[in-house]
Design a protein around this ligand. Structure first.
Ligand SMILES: NC(=O)c1ccc[n+]([C@@H]2O[C@H](COP(=O)([O-])OP(=O)(O)OC[C@H]3O[C@@H](n4cnc5c(N)ncnc54)[C@H](OP(=O)(O)O)[C@@H]3O)[C@@H](O)[C@H]2O)c1
Length: 326
């Protein structure tokens, strides 16, 4: 395993370059398997875990299953201090009787100050810890003034409950505005932005706010070089299995000629390196010019074992150039 430092200019810490996603823990992935995946990740040197306060209200669960499973595992293993925990607020149900959806009637709890303050404490309680290393807004909330959201995150930091803050599913201009607002208020700016990113890319779409665009990567690089670090964290880097599996269709917006060409070249490069396509994509992300932290999901130890094979994989520059050129 390799490690890198993430931070916000005030607080910083080391994380494994692969982050473990735990979205289905306690729902699609039963607790025994979840514990085995967590054990294997830690055994391989993994230190960075990603969860949320709503995993998985999209599926069969009640929302906090993932945090609860992690909490019970941490309590059993007694290893909280060896790990860096990230959770999220803002996309849990506002009204528990309505479905969780972000199209009207919108039912996200949002990023108001009261919600952030209360939900952080709930996450601490469910995880059974006294601080969160990283805390994200799960989905941007344009209905709440940015000043209120930023101030609420800053308050949690001042109280020692949260290390680095971040935002997910957000337009670049809102990340910039939020970080400038943080400076105005004298609080640490977001040090993390979590977006979807994999090797194929979606058709351009003005309404898509969840993709890690090249502009975002460039902004992260420029900010970091200017002394205000911003790390890009990528969710769904494996396209939930669609890079390699016939049973997993390409997502809407990704089924275009460049994707098919990218997948063809990906398979070629994988064959030449002796790695799997999933491993090549993870190495392509972690070793990129602007290095990205992929959050990998796995529903079995065998799947995770394959993904861990990417932790120490370096892509030859000529192969990377071939992947980039498509
Ligand atoms: N910020 C956000 O809005 C957001 C959104 C989504 C996810 N996330 C975070 O990102 C994490 C990862 O996201 P994700 O699960 O969508 O993406 P992913 O890592 O791209 O996909 C994980 C899925 O890919 C399949 N897979 C994994 N390893 C495999 C292997 N070696 N061979 C074949 N198939 C394999 C499995 O599908 P099967 O289980 O079906 O076999 C697994 O559940 C989540 O757990 C969560 O922490 C954040």
């Amino acid at each position: 395993m390799r490690y890198r430092t993430i931070g916000d200019g005030t607080t910083s810490f080391e994380v494994s370059t692969l982050c473990l996603g735990t979205m289905w823990f306690g729902t699609r992935t039963d607790e025994t398997t979840s514990f085995a995946i967590l054990d294997r990740f830690v055994e391989a040197g993994g230190t960075f875990l990603d969860t949320a306060n709503n995993y998985n209200a999209w599926g069969e669960g009640y929302g906090r299953d993932s945090e609860d499973v992690i909490g019970r595992w941490l309590a059993e293993r007694g290893n909280r201090d060896e790990l860096r925990l990230a959770t999220k607020v803002g996309a849990a149900k506002k009204d528990p009787n309505l479905p969780l959806q972000h199209v009207p009637p919108m039912n996200y709890q949002g990023l108001g100050a009261e919600t952030i303050a209360a939900e952080a404490r709930e996450s601490l309680r469910h995880l059974g810890v006294d601080h969160l290393d990283a805390y994200y807004g799960h989905v941007d909330d344009v209905g709440t003034p940015l000043a209120e959201t930023v101030g609420a995150f800053g308050k949690l930091q001042a109280e020692g409950l949260v290390g680095v803050t971040g935002i997910s599913n957000v337009a670049l201009h809102r990340v910039v505005e939020a970080r400038e607002e943080a400076r105005r208020q004298g609080v640490a700016p977001y040090g993390l932005v979590q977006q979807q990113l994999t090797y194929p890319y979606p058709r351009p779409d003005v309404g898509r706010r969840n993709w890690a665009s090249y502009e975002l990567l460039d902004y992260a690089r420029a900010s970091t070089e200017a002394g205000s670090p911003l790390a890009v964290v990528a969710y769904s880097p494996l396209m939930q299995g669609a890079l390699v599996r016939e049973d997993k269709p390409l997502w809407a917006g990704f089924d275009h000629p460049t994707t098919h060409e990218r997948l063809r070249v990906l398979r070629e490069v994988a064959a030449e390196t002796g790695a799997t396509p999933n491993q090549v994509v993870l190495a392509w992300l972690t070793g990129a010019d602007v290095p990205v932290v992929p959050i990998v999901g796995a529903s079995s130890v065998a799947q995770l074992d394959e993904l861990l094979g990417a932790a120490d994989l370096d892509l030859d520059p000529a192969l990377r150039a071939r992947l980039d050129a498509v």
